[in-house]
Design a protein. Sequence first.
Length: 255
Amino acid sequence: MTHGRWLAAILALLFLSGTSAEVGRTADTKKARKICGQAEQALKEGRVEEGRALFRKALEYAPDLPDAHVGLGQMAMAEKRYEDALAEFQLAEAGYVVFIKEVIKRAQANEAAQYDEMARLSDSSSQVAVSGSKSGASPMAQAKLYNAAQRLATGGNASYPTSEQLTEPMGRIYYYVGNALFRLGRVPDAAEYFEASVELAPGELPAYVNLAIARWKTGQRDEALAVLSKAEEQGLKVDPKLKADIAATPDAAKP
């Protein structure tokens, strides 16, 4: 039994279009992501070199677009060019960090604008007295104030991604980085990325499986089994044969 046999292989492409909600994206970035979609379709239809060319074309419009780097990285993994795959996945990671910072910056600006709106509405509502109103403010002015407060309390803008939408794609990118590191024999480094992937995307079984494999490969049987148990606690279905294979192996980490 080889550990590599159990290494989860997901070669389906990861695209982040549902994640960014087009927040702050330029026309060039939108065009690049559309091209990435065309590249994915080309690969599904077996037009490999066309798909590769389309990913590269997308990067001409948006050099740090994670979608394109993930696509090229997955192609490199399939072709067993693991160093190239690692480089592409790391570029995807860096590109997504840029996107996260952009979202945070815009969210902070949006929040500051809403505080200003609330202050303005509060001032204006206090100046407009209405007969019979205990607050001394007009109903419309108060309604606008409540709406502004509600937008602020709920994050301000429904077009902005939720925390899960922001973290899960990075978790998947970490998973891809871990796969490349594992194939390069850098198992402890791979384990770190798989562990981070589990933290950010706890609903993704492959990261748990590969983290368990990494623990198993380095002689940490009990830790590997604990990882799989954690996956099951999340409601994920773990292959019982994998658990049996790991359980049958001596734990080299024990004295």
